[in-house]
Design a protein around this ligand. Structure first.
Ligand code: BDR
Ligand code: CA
Length: 309
């Protein structure tokens, strides 16, 4: 049984690797990809998504252009992590394909309505496009199986001490998604900081095909450039964990918790307030990831990347 999925992303090194894992995995049927501004600007995240799909030999997967910035705020990008192109490291070919004509919200709604089976959404960037979809097309909820998003942290953040980047960029969008009533899985920093890829993994992949070598070159930059904050070898391939969790939910251990988003400005902006100990009367509506079967995760990723051209 394959799971129909839509990947909404802002590539970004880890988004690109997540896309490659998704298209290499027969458990998933990637119906569409949509792009959002986040790690870099929308023109670049769109170019990068097209380039990555073409590199994987999957240029037939439609790419829809989404939001150029958050619902209500100024865009904040992460050039300091992903470089000027958003995918610094390998030589980036310009794509020979084009995005679809329709804006992401319209296009995703049509794909969701047309799918015979409920669709799982996997957002790996700021949640702007997904919020827009739910606001513009609330009837799509009937055919959305769940949303597994990379974002948030139950404890400390990475862009501020309180907030993880994707939620910090567009907290209002995260609020729309978290209060949507849909089944949600949050892949936050507690899980993704266990998904470290470094020089050893880059060497395992280099020379094992075009896509695997591309990932090795992405890792060369990502690992060298990643803030040396976590006192650990390698860099967390955050977004890959969200895709891996949909492929094999047993890879991530979760706890069902209540969740609120801090949409204030100032210190708390973008904090995902996770009620792990059920000290409030909030409905526990989100499966929050805490643990990762690291070796199984890393074996899966390397094995699948080596299967690509
Ligand atoms: C998230 O922010 C981005 O830089 C990564 O692509 C990931 O989605 C991690 O905080
Ligand atoms: Ca991302």
């Amino acid at each position: 049984m394959t799971t129909p999925v839509i990947i909404d992303c802002d590539p970004g090194h880890d988004d690109a690797i997540a896309l490659l894992l998704a298209v290499a995995s027969s458990e998933l049927d990637v119906l569409a990809v949509s792009t959002v501004a986040g790690n870099t600007t929308l023109d670049k995240t769109t170019r990068n998504a097209l380039t990555v799909l073409e590199l994987a030999g999957r240029a037939e997967i439609p790419v829809a252009i989404g939001a150029a910035g958050p619902l209500e705020r100024e865009l904040v990008i992460a050039e300091y992590v992903h470089g000027e192109s958003g995918l610094d490291g390998p030589v980036l070919d310009e794509p020979t394909t084009n995005p679809v004509d329709a804006p992401a919200s319209e296009f995703l709604a049509s794909i969701i309505h047309a799918s015979p089976d409920p669709v799982t959404l996997i957002p790996t960037g700021p949640l702007t496009n997904i919020a827009q979809l739910l606001l513009d097309h609330p009837d799509t909820k009937e055919n959305i199986a769940s949303i597994t998003f990379m974002g948030g942290a139950a404890e400390i953040g990475n862009v501020t001490p309180n907030a993880e980047f994707n939620i910090y960029v567009d907290p209002e969008a995260a609020e729309v998604v978290s209060s949507s009533g849909l089944p949600l899985t949050m892949i936050g920093l507690e899980v993704t900081h266990q998904a470290l890829f470094g020089e050893r993994e880059a060497e395992a992949l280099r020379g094992r095909g075009r896509a695997a070598t591309f990932v090795a070159e992405l890792l060369d930059f990502f690992v060298a450039n990643h803030p040396r904050t976590y006192a650990a070898p390698g860099a967390p391939v955050h977004d890959v964990v969200a895709v891996a969790q949909v492929i094999d939910p047993a890879l991530v251990t979760t706890e069902r918790c209540g969740l609120r988003i801090d949409t204030s400005e100032g210190l708390g902006r973008g904090r995902t307030v996770v009620d792990r100990w059920h000290v409030t009367d909030w409905e526990p509506q989100v499966d929050v990831g805490f643990g990762l079967r690291r070796k199984a995760f890393s074996d899966l990723l390397i094995e699948r990347l080596e299967m690509l051209p």
